[in-house]
Every structure is written in structure tokens, then in C-alpha cells.
Write a protein that binds this ligand. Structure first.
Ligand code: KIV
Length: 286
């Protein structure tokens, strides 16, 4: 059982306790996030950008999401897991929405699903909630609509856009959403939304007035070959450089013959190694 639940998240908002989310997409990243004590993991469709090498989240499929969510669930066995419903896995009718949301929970073992959009998806949110599927909304910059938005822009700059965002947040709350992600929203607007709704807001590039924060794993760790600095991200490590340098040293050791040594080689009487790959777990679960 995850230590966080949607009910507990609401209590945390009431008590003014900030909620920490990070994205993760596979077993080791989820395991490390859980060991680090994160409150919740989002298996985001940012998977497309940071793991699968696409330029947007649009090509990510429900099968991709199920596969990666399941891997995250194997790594983080006691952390709340939220999984993204990818592009066009909803919007095409309630039955498809429910079927895809159910796959993320039954096959992926997610605890909740996230959908992008406001009032226009309220019916789908209601349907999921009626079916026992906790839903998190996502407003502001909604990357699945990047081609319609004409790029990744800060949202809520104009008064009418700010009003629309507020109305959408209220519509999501009324439809039964458990929380709302606010992405790249002007901070004063995010703050207004946060005080207008009783469900937690989780910000990314939406300022400190939100009830929680989420950042992309690969961004806080600079885990990318060509990491680009982003205004709304604080980086905490430069894993990209560490990995590149380590692989470079390994490759040159192989070329120079300095790896492997006797220490890394088996003799006829050597005992079996404690692990073959990674943590060496021998039994598959889930
Ligand atoms: O896909 C994702 O990782 C997200 C976050 C950026 C909020 O939706």
C-alpha cells in the first residue's frame, strides 16, 4: 500500500504541508525516488521527450504508458503512483477512456491517472471517478495540445485566460478530480486557483503558491546528452556529465586492455557471483 493516498493529499493541503512529486519512468529511477523519500511519482508522458527520444508527448501510446508504469510500480512498491493518460487515449468516448484508465491501474498498477484539460474533459473525469478511478487534472500548458497552442508558452497572462483557467479548475474539482497539475502558469494565477479549490494543486513552473511541486527526473538531474537549462527547474546534480565521463573511462579501459583484470575474471573454483545484473533479485514479481 502506498503511504500517500488522494485523501491524504487533500489533508496535506489543508494542513499546509507541501507535496513533493517527481516523474520516473522505469524501475531504477522509481526505486531511487522512493528511497529518497518522495511523496509521489508521476509516470508522465514526458516519457516521450526524455526517455523515448520524441520531440513531443504526442507519439506516446497507452501501451508505452502501461509498460513504463508497471516498471515504476516494481521499483516503488510503497509510493503513490500517478500515470498519464497519453494523447487520444481519452477524448474519443467514455468507453475508451475507462478502458485505458483501467489498463493503467490494472496492468500498470497506478493509483491514479492524469488527464490534460478542463471543462471539456469534465464528463470523462466524472466517468472515471464513478468507476473508482482517482483522477488528477492538468491545466495551463498542456503539452499534448502543443500543436494547437503553437508552442510551449506561459499560460494565464491575459485576464481572460486566467479566468478560463480558474473556471477549468473549478470544473475539474466539481467533476471529482483529486488534484490538479498546473504547468507553466503565471504564479499569481496559480495562487488564485490554489485558494479557490479544496483539492491540491501541483505546480511545475507555476510558482510557490501551489500545494505541491513536480519536476521531471531527467531535468533535476541533468540526465540528458544535451541538457537545456529551464527557468522553472532547479538542477540538483549533473548526472549526464557523470555518466558520459564514466562510460568514456570504461571504453578507454577496454581499448587499452586495462579492463578486465584478474579481479574481474573467474577461475575454475570461483564461487557463483552474488548478482549477475543490477541488484541481483532472482524472482520476478508483477
Ligand atoms: O508528463 C509529465 O511529466 C507531466 C509533468 C510535466 C507535469 O505531465
Amino acid at each position: 500500500m502506498a503511504s500517500l493516498t488522494v485523501t491524504k493529499m487533500k489533508q496535506m493541503k489543508k494542513q499546509g504541508q507541501p507535496i513533493s512529486f517527481i516523474t520516473a519512468y522505469d524501475y531504477p529511477s522509481a526505486r531511487l525516488a522512493e528511497q529518497a523519500g518522495i511523496d509521489a511519482i508521476l509516470v508522465g508522458d514526458s516519457l516521450g521527450n526524455v526517455v523515448l527520444g520524441y520531440h513531443t508527448t504526442v507519439p506516446v501510446t497507452i501501451d508505452d504508458m502501461v509498460y513504463h508504469t508497471r516498471a515504476v510500480a516494481r521499483g516503488a512498491t510503497s509510493t503513490f503512483i500517478l500515470a498519464d493518460m497519453p494523447f487520444m487515449s481519452y477524448h474519443t468516448g467514455m468507453e475508451t477512456t475507462l478502458r485505458n484508465a483501467a489498463r493503467l491501474m490494472q496492468e500498470g498498477l497506478a493509483h491514479a491517472v492524469k488527464l490534460e484539460g478542463g471543462e471539456e474533459i469534465a464528463e470523462e473525469v466524472r466517468g472515471c471517478v464513478r468507476g473508482g478511478i482517482p483522477v488528477v487534472g492538468h491545466l495551463g500548458l498542456t503539452p499534448q495540445s502543443v500543436h494547437q497552442l503553437g508552442g510551449y508558452r506561459v499560460q494565464g497572462k491575459q485576464e481572460q485566460d486566467a479566468k478560463r483557467l480558474l473556471a477549468d479548475a473549478i470544473a475539474l474539482e466539481q467533476a471529482g478530480a483529486s488534484a490538479i497539475v498546473l504547468e507553466m502558469v503565471v504564479s499569481s494565477v496559480a495562487e488564485e486557483i490554489t485558494s479557490a479549490v479544496s483539492i491540491p494543486t501541483i505546480g511545475i513552473g507555476a510558482g510557490k503558491g501551489c500545494d505541491g511541486q513536480v519536476l521531471v527526473y531527467h531535468d533535476i538531474l541533468q540526465y540528458d546528452a544535451d541538457y537545456k537549462k529551464k527557468k522553472f527547474v532547479q538542477t540538483y546534480a549533473d548526472i549526464g556529465t557523470t555518466i558520459r565521463e564514466a562510460i568514456g573511462r570504461y571504453a578507454s579501459d577496454v581499448k587499452s586492455g586495462s579492463f578486465p583484470t584478474e579481479e574481474h575474471s573467474f577461475a575454475g573454483d570461483s564461487p557463483a557471483p552474488a548478482a549477475v545484473y543490477g541488484s541481483g533479485k532472482e524472482q520476478d514479481k508483477g
